[in-house]
Design a protein around this ligand. Sequence first.
Ligand code: GLY
Length: 347
Amino acid sequence: MKQQKVIISQNIRKALDEAVAACSHDRLLVLVDETTLKACWPLVCQCPSMHDAQLITIGCTDTHKTLDTLSFVWSEMQRLGATRHSLMVNLGGGMVTDLGGFAASTFKRGIAYINIPTTLLSMVDASVGGKTGINFGGLKNEIGVFNNACCVILDTEFLHTMDRENILSGYAEMLKHGLISTKERWSQLVCFAPVTSHITSEMVADNVSVKQHIVTEDPTEHGIRKALNLGHTAGHAFESLALERQPILHGYAVAYGLIVELYLCCVKTGFPTDIMRQTVAFIKENYGRMAITCDDYPRLIELMHHDKKNVGNTINFTLLGHVGDIRIDQTATEDEIKEALDFYREC
Ligand code: GLY
């Protein structure tokens, strides 16, 4: 897979002009959703490189991450005369960068694309590492390809358009990066109050370097990239259960998943209890709790069985022996998972 350049920008207009100039192209397409059209496009539309850009606008939120939307984007690319030498710029959160990346990767067997993530979640996670795709058949990210953007431009100016809940949602992935990397990074993250104006480009740059390092080593998730799944086996189950009741943001589900999985780390791989307790206290204070009862356990476990990371009938987890001591391909029994869910409810 081609290398992906990650640019930490202090001036989005200059960074975008330079990135577009570095990708030779005939036509330029910009994918936005209804929110980023209003909140983010005005910040870049005056760039000289954007004068000839043709906009494609899709609906916002994950409900639009569908084959119908993808088909609409392909049709628009065709209608606007895109060729295999055209360039796509995806301006938005994870839904736009995932779907736009997939549209670009498949149109005429693949055209170049640039990601400009506008949410914290997409800055530190979704936009980096070449995962593209759509939801299908009721399953998230069921259809897609690994294909890196030519470059990803990270600029915290966009974070001013976000509310506290969405900042917290992205912050959960930052916390995960702390846990899978170093005690120093973890410690800074749990001592920080994640308020929009406090998230600096230095923090984003430092945090995304954890993911960059991992995806460079294992672009297609056969090994160490599975470290990025910490908190996600239980997290996706919480997220899917919430979808049947009252949807929650992805990062909140990951935060709750981290509580369950850090407990499993303590029981199964000797993770230090004090670090687990400090992380749980941080999560409780900032993310509250999604209420569940024992009656939800069978459904949560069933949802964990559906996780695409599983092999056969076992439920697969990424666990830690310590901060940064990554143990991929771990399993847990249903009884161990129930005990971890008891801990989640009682802590
Ligand atoms: N979001 C996890 C990954 O990119 O592998």
